[in-house]
Structure formats: C-alpha cells, structure tokens
Design a protein around this ligand. Structure first.
Ligand code: EPU
Length: 429
C-alpha cells in the first residue's frame, strides 16, 4: 500500500492547476444512463472514484472510452470520457460494487426512470456517519416508484414510467436532490423540488441534462422545476472546477505561507471558505487566471465557523480548516452540522501536537507554536488531506498511511504540491 512522505517547513510558491470536480463528475457519469446516445464529458479528473464508477457503469452495459492525449496538451489537463449506454443490460447494482463508493447508489434514479426498474444494494454506513438513503427513496416514491427492500437491496419499480410530483426535502441533501432531478427528467409531467440542495455540482449536472434535452430550471436555487421529456439525447459537457480541491490548496498555502495561483479556480464556487481565510488574515484575490492565495509574514488569526449546506462553509473543507487552525494564534471553534462523525482527523492531528477538544459537534482548537511530524493515517478522503496540510507545516517527517483515500479525490496531489516547493513524495511498498 502506498504512503506519502512529507518533510514540513517549506513555503508553497507557484501555480497549482485545479482539476474538474469529483462530486460533479460522479453524477454526470451516472447521467449517461439516461440516454442511448453518447455523453462526452471533458475536464474529468483522474481519480480512483472515477475508475470505480466506470466499473459500475460497465456492469450496467455502459461503454466507457477515454480519449488519448493530444499534441501540446499539458499533463494536468483533464480527461475526455465518452459514455455510451446504448443498451442497458443489467438493472442491478450489486453490493460488491456499491459498497466501495456511496455515490454509486445514485444509479437507481436513471435506471428506474429509463428502464422502469432498478435493484441497487443499500450503500451501508461509512466512516463519516450513518448516511442513510431514506430521502432518496422518498423522492422516488413521490414520482410514483414502488419501493421494496429485499435482501439488502432497494428495489424500485415503475413499469409504466415515473410521473412528475412534488418533492419537499425536510433536510437539504445533495444525494437526494441529484436523485430527484435524474428521476424527474424522464418522468411524465412536472416535478417541483423544494428545499433542494444548492451546491454548484447540482447546477452543473442540470446544465448537462439540459444540453441532453431535459427541461430543468432553478438548479442552484432551493426550488427546482423539471418538465419531463420522453427521451434524452447525447451532449458534450465540461466538468465544473473542483471547489473542494481549490479550498484545500488555499488552506495549504495559508498553512505554510508563500503565494500560489490556483489556476482555473472560480471564487463564486467557494465564497464562504475564501471569506473564512480572509478572516484568518490570509490574502485572497481573484484574477482572470484563477484565485491567488498568499500569506507572507502575518500570523493565522483564529476563527469560529460552522459547516452548512451551500452557500455555507462546506463540510468537505472542515478537516482542512481544522488543520490550519492548529497553528493559529489563539483559540478557534469549528462546528460540524452535516455529518455526525466527521472528526476522525482530530486524533491524528493530536499525534502531531495539535490541541483539540471535542464536545459533541464542536471542536475547540487551541493554536500551538509548532507541530511535529509523525506517522498518521485517516479513514476518509478529506481527513487524510488535512493531515497532509498539517504535515506541510510540521517539523520533521510525516508519513501519511492509507493513501488510497487521497487517490479517491485528489488528482496528483504530491506532484501539484512538490512543484510549488513542498518536500513530498509517494513511497510505494
Ligand atoms: N441524509 C439523510 N437521508 C438521506 C440522505 C442524506 O438523512 O436519504 C443526511 C446525511 O446523513 C447527511 C445530510 O443528510 O447528514 C447531508 O447528506 P447529503 O445527501 O447532502 O450528502 P451526500 O450526497 O451523501 C455529498 C458529497 C459529500 C459531501 C456532502 C455534503 C458526493 C459524491 N458526495 O454527499 O462529499 O460531504 O454531499 O456536501 O457528492 C466527499 O467528497 O468527501 C464527500 C463526502
């Protein structure tokens, strides 16, 4: 299993190209199940989760083809992926595949919408909380699907097709909103989704669906209206930049000091996080090229932040902010309101000398003068990268174990950081 070795203490200076968003790519790939025509996605990041989803879609009969490199293309340019679900050969998504990646459960929506049936394994719990699917099931039921739970599988049936309906989510859910939209585009009649998630990835998927011939309006707001159509066609769509990758590198620069251009990043996708960095005394500015982040000399000011659905501060940047605040000049408070158990990084940061106290959903972080490198490991993607951020500023060597978590969501992390001056390398064993 690969590990990442980091020797801390070097500032970051240079340019980091931002990849396409993992959390837009996954539902966009799943949307290919809605049509028998080819969907071409550009700016697709090279991630383990993308490869895993190719496997899952392949099992349903989707042909996935990756374009080769073009002359003059730089190594950081995203891939172009052609997905063709001309014939769906299997409407079952088995446990062995779904259990590896929770988002693969979302295939249930296009499968039942297009084929009238789907049998998808329940994803089960995961490291950051219980993560149920009750609201996804509720959404499908509102569109007329008959749902049964059978042997750990959710079986959804709509032999005469889905029918538009009203879906009002009692709680904001990204997975619920993706499911509702993907099911409603092929339902007969109008669907109205209230209290929809407003994350930029929802709007990106809706934009792609509209290119495929769907009628989705209001995506990116809390009320989405969908006029169902009988059939969707092919389209070509470029994946939105990854706001979590952007925020992660912004926090890394804030941690080490230096100045980095986050190339291709779009500030409107992460205003709340950029605002928090400014409160912490980090310089943030936008240019045509992307977002410039710098900290030269100034200390890190402590902050008080609670995670919230978009446009609030994202839960997917909570661990990274906590790593940054371990070096603040004073006491910070970070409250996690989305997932009940997303604090696995706390123990590992403590191994590096961080002082963090947990009280229910709130962490109190007392900034320390210095962190010290240590062997660490984490059990989820964002927690792992928070350890990388801490290691970049720690004295001595840190070995981050279980790198496969990082590979799920960060493309060429060690290349991107080392070209800005970090001492970081992958150690294969
Ligand atoms: N929830 C329910 N019932 C449901 C669905 C969700 O109670 O049926 C709860 C969840 O347990 C959670 C809250 O609602 O407490 C929000 O969950 P949501 O559905 O919004 O999250 P998700 O769709 O499962 C996506 C991202 C996560 C990100 C969250 C929140 C993808 C593939 N995953 O998850 O990303 O943290 O939204 O923004 O888009 C990551 O990339 O590391 C990651 C975990």
């Amino acid at each position: 299993m690969d590990r990442i070795r980091i020797v801390g203490g070097r500032p970051l200076n240079g340019t980091i190209p931002i990849s396409g968003a993992k959390n837009a790519t996954l539902p966009l790939m799943i949307a290919s199940l809605l049509t028998d025509q080819t969907l071409i996605l550009d700016n697709v990041p090279r991630l383990a989760d993308v490869v895993q989803l190719q496997r899952i879609l392949g099992n349903h009969g989707v042909d996935v083809m990756l374009s080769g490199k073009r002359a003059g293309e730089d190594e950081y340019k995203g891939q172009s992926v052609h997905l063709s679900a001309a014939k769906i050969v299997d409407t079952t998504a088995p446990y062995e595949l779904v259990s590896k990646m929770r988002a693969s459960f979302w295939v249930i929506a296009p499968l039942v919408a297009r084929m009238g049936e789907a049998r998808v394994s329940m994803p089960g719990g995961c490291a950051i909380g219980t993560r149920p699917v009750d609201l996804l099931i509720m959404a499908l039921e509102r569109l007329g699907a008959l749902i049964e739970i059978d042997g750990g599988y959710v079986v959804a049936r709509a032999p005469k097709g889905l029918k538009g309906g009203e879906i009002s989510f009692p709680k904001v859910t990204v997975s619920g909103t993706h499911t509702a939209v993907m099911a409603a585009v092929l339902a007969s009649g109008t669907t109205v989704i209230d209290n929809a998630a407003r994350e930029p990835e929802i709007a990106d998927v809706a934009e792609c669906l509209n290119k495929m011939g769907a009628h989705v309006s209001g995506a990116g707001t809390s009320r989405i209206v969908i006029e169902g159509v009988p059939k969707l066609g092919g389209a070509r769509h470029s994946v939105v930049p990854d706001r979590i990758e952007t925020g992660t590198y912004a926090m890394a620069v804030a941690m080490t000091g230096g100045e980095v251009m986050l190339e291709g990043a779009r500030p409107e996708l992460l205003q709340a996080a950029l605002g928090v960095l400014q409160q912490a005394d980090v310089d943030v500015s936008s240019t045509n090229q992307g977002i410039r982040v710098a900290r030269n000399g100034a200390g890190i000011r402590p902050v008080d932040v609670a995670t919230a659905p978009f446009p609030g501060f994202p839960t997917d940047l909570q661990a990274q902010l906590m790593a940054l605040m371990t070096r603040a000049s004073g006491t910070s408070r970070i409250t996690e309101t989305i997932f009940e158990n997303r604090f696995m990084h706390v123990q590992e940061l403590a191994r590096m000398g961080a002082r963090i106290q947990l009280d229910g959903e709130t962490a109190t972080i007392e900034g320390v003068e210095r962190l010290k490198g240590a062997p660490v490991m984490a059990t989820d993607l964002r927690a792992s990268v928070s350890l990388v951020i801490a290691a970049l500023a720690a004295e001595g060597e840190t070995m981050v174990n279980r790198v496969y978590h990082l590979d799920r969501g960060f493309e060429r992390l060690e290349d991107k950081l080392s070209r800005c001056g970090a001492e970081i390398e992958r150690v294969s064993s």
